[in-house]
Write a protein that binds this ligand. Structure first.
Ligand code: EPZ
Length: 427
């Protein structure tokens, strides 16, 4: 296990950061490879722990995974063990994505229910209801989901009662091999879904409605292996732009799709930052600025992302005045608040709303990461905390931020990794 030694910045952070591929896009595409027999290829893959975990899940199923720098080849020709075990699924919820492809292609599978996560229960009821709507028979036995169907899934229609990225991913993948035409309404709009649609259509799937809330899927008997270029990670981009705002510096993130971070950029503009955008880059300039407190509500895409809630909170701690953040996606995702308070932040949480009284003096100390975005937020706050801070449980951050220390060093920050004798708690 590792901890970070984080130094207060001596001057505002400035420079360019090249953004890696989006882990949440790759995880869905890796599972989708199971829908075909053969070798699928994914490029612009970040080197992250979650990719290894999903590779381990696919290997248990019988796939062979290979690839060198930033690309993966997934050979599914050996896939015959139709199970995803608890010890893997509990470490990464996205392992649950193998459920839809396995039941659609093989007619049966057994997948462990994911555990909770750092900030509470993460239900999968919509994944199961959606697959049942396509004709799968679902039973829950001793913490495992058993999904079966006689022959091909009959297909069907499903209207998601709430916008769910994961449920959209699972049900959409299964629908590609179902009989007839399936219509999915109120599907999630996150860019990672578009990346998956492009990959599935490259495999011969017939999906219409990309980028809308209604996906119409004409099922096919079989799919061929596909190719996918992974979209940039919009949350990593937002996190590094927060580093500019919180230190009153100027950072340009490159290899991004600006349209994917539109709501994130709007929040920086509302604070008073100067925001510039090109076709594959975006820059936040807060040099010498008196930023203003703001009120933000997280929403499903294209609204302000819940995954940016913690990094934004750290940023608002640096801005004098009262700001609020309401998280409508996860109403209990505030484990980072107590750690920010240890640094000296003045934050009150009422239900799913945090009230930040920004501008308090922060003093470096020992703090602990609780999930990947919260841990990134603690590093941001440590940049403006007097002296040095120690951030423990950095394995959370390693799940979603590739080559983090070097990217920070490039913009003038000091984050030093030390090994720790504390055991991973696998949360
Ligand atoms: C995805 O999780 C992301 N993970 C999360 O990012 C992200 O926070 C989340 O979407 C929201 O954007 C991956 O893509 C691997 P949801 P997911 O289903 O799919 C409720 C990170 O930081 N819900 O869109 O699990 C759920 O409780 C991670 O990379 C049900 O009630 O999120 C939540 O309140 C953390 N029943 C809301 O829907 C279900 O069956 C949205 O969740 C499924 C979800």
């Amino acid at each position: 296990m590792y901890r970070f030694e984080v130094h207060q910045v001596e001057k505002p952070l400035e420079g360019e950061v090249e953004i890696s591929g989006a882990k949440n896009a790759v995880l869905a595409v890796m599972a989708a490879a199971l829908l075909a027999d053969g070798v699928s290829e994914i490029t612009n893959v970040p080197h992250l722990k979650d990719m290894k975990t999903m590779s381990d899940v696919l290997r248990v199923i019988g796939c062979r995974i290979s690839g060198e720098s930033h690309e993966l080849k997934i050979d599914t020709r050996g896939a015959d063990h139709l199970e995803a075990p608890y010890e893997l699924v509990k470490t990464m919820r996205a392992s649950f994505y193998v459920l839809g492809p396995l039941v659609a292609r093989f007619g049966r599978c057994r997948v462990s229910l994911p555990g909770g996560c750092a900030w509470g229960p993460r239900p999968v009821d919509l994944h199961l209801k959606g697959l049942e709507a396509l004709g799968a028979k679902i039973t829950l036995t001793r913490g495992y989901v058993e999904a079966t169907c006689e022959g091909r899934l009959p297909g069907g229609n499903f209207n998601f009662p709430i916008s769910s990225v994961g449920a959209t991913v699972n049900v959409l993948m299964a629908a590609t091999l179902a009989k007839g035409t399936s219509v999915l309404q109120n599907a999630a709009l996150e860019p990672e879904i578009d990346n998956l649609v492009d990959f599935l259509n490259s495999m011969g799937a017939k999906i219409q409605g990309r980028g809308t809330r209604t996906l119409t899927v004409q099922g096919v008997e079989a799919l061929r292996p596909g190719k996918c270029y992974t979209i940039p990670d919009r949350i990593e981009a937002g996190t590094f732009l927060c580093a500019a705002a919180i230190t009153r510096g100027c950072i340009k993130v490159t290899k991004v799709f600006p349209e994917h971070i539109a709501s994130t950029l709007d929040a920086f503009r509302d604070m008073g930052c100067k925001v510039d955008v090109g076709n594959d880059w975006a820059q936040v300039d807060a040099r010498g600025m008196e930023l203003k407190p703001i009120n933000v509500t997280t929403l499903p895409y294209p609204g302000y992302p819940t995954d940016m809630q913690a990094p934004l909170m750290a940023t608002l701690v640096s801005i004098p005045g009262n700001s609020t953040i309401q998280d409508t996606v996860y109403n209990d995702r505030f484990k980072h608040v107590a750690e920010l308070q240890r640094l000296g932040a003045d934050i009150q949480v009422n239900g799913n709303t945090a009230i930040i009284k920004g501008g308090t003096k922060l003093e470096g100390t020992e703090i602990m990461g609780s999930d990947l975005r919260a841990t990134a937020a603690l590093v941001l706050a440590a940049f403006i905390s007097e002296g040095e801070s120690t951030v423990s449980r950095v394995y959370h951050l390693d799940r979603g931020y590739e080559d983090f220390e070097n990217k920070v060093a490039k913009i003038g920050g000091v984050v030093i990794r030390h090994s720790d004798d504390e055991e991973d708690d696998n949360l």
